[in-house]
Design a protein around this ligand. Structure first.
Ligand SMILES: [Zn+2]
Length: 231
């Protein structure tokens, strides 16, 4: 694929609202121009190319485009395998539970999801058990399609790495089935419930250029750091 078609960037990461996770801001390094090492790399090597090692932010047109399918015969190519590896690495680095290719600037129908959850010895709070927040292993989907298994609405907090520092309650279907190709190019299906179903719906939306703010309960939209300014 030509480099230009890999331009743009959409990334979105779902984070489990009440699940402990480190807060992130626009300038987590404390340097207004970003990490000094990254600045030096840009000066020496020029701007990075997709798939980026960072998440693109809302406003980037790639976040609003409809991603293209991956040609099945190209799933094993170095280019696609590199994209999948980068998605997994950035998802883990950012402490996210899902990440789609557009979020790294690649407008292709690919997403990864993984929730390693709290340590096994740590009990989930009652509220999270009711919402079926449970760890799930790494999943990779290319050209995913989704159907609803349980259309009852589930309300829960969502965040997105493309809108760092904010969250809102979003209604999602209780259970969905997602089908597509895995990283080996094999047909795969996942029946996801509760929190896992939410992750799937969030990432499927990214592939269609939809962000959680398009579906949120707008009165719940919050800055994660609102309480700090009152201290
Ligand atoms: Zn997102």
């Amino acid at each position: 694929m030509a480099a230009r078609s890999w331009s743009g960037g959409l990334r979105a990461v779902l984070r489990a609202g009440p699940v402990p996770g480190r807060p992130r801001g626009l300038a987590s390094s404390g340097w207004p121009w970003g990490e000094p090492g990254a600045w030096l790399r840009r000066k020496l090597l020029g701007p990075s190319q997709p798939p980026f090692q960072r998440v693109c932010l809302v406003g980037d047109p790639v976040l609003r485009g409809v991603a293209a399918p991956v040609e099945p015969e190209r799933v094993g190519s170095a280019e696609v395998q590199r994209l999948i590896a980068r998605l997994v690495a950035v998802m883990r680095k950012e402490d996210c539970v899902g990440l789609s290719a557009p979020q790294l600037g690649v407008p292709l129908q690919v997403f990864v999801a993984e929730f390693r959850g709290p340590p096994l010895r740590q009990e989930l709070p009652e509220g999270l058990r009711a919402l079926e927040v449970a760890p799930f292993p790494l999943r990779v989907f290319l050209n995913p399609t989704m159907r609803v298994l349980d259309s009852r609405a589930s309300f829960f907090t969502e965040g997105c790495a493309s809108l760092p520092g904010f969250s809102a309650v979003v209604a999602r279907h209780m259970a969905v089935e997602v089908s597509g190709l895995n990283e080996a190019g094999e047909e795969t299906t996942w029946q996801a419930r509760g929190f896992a179903a939410r992750v799937v719906q969030h990432e499927m939306d990214h592939i269609k250029g939809i962000l959680y703010v398009d579906k949120m309960e707008s009165g719940t939209f919050s800055c994660l750091h609102w309480a700090k300014v009152n201290r």
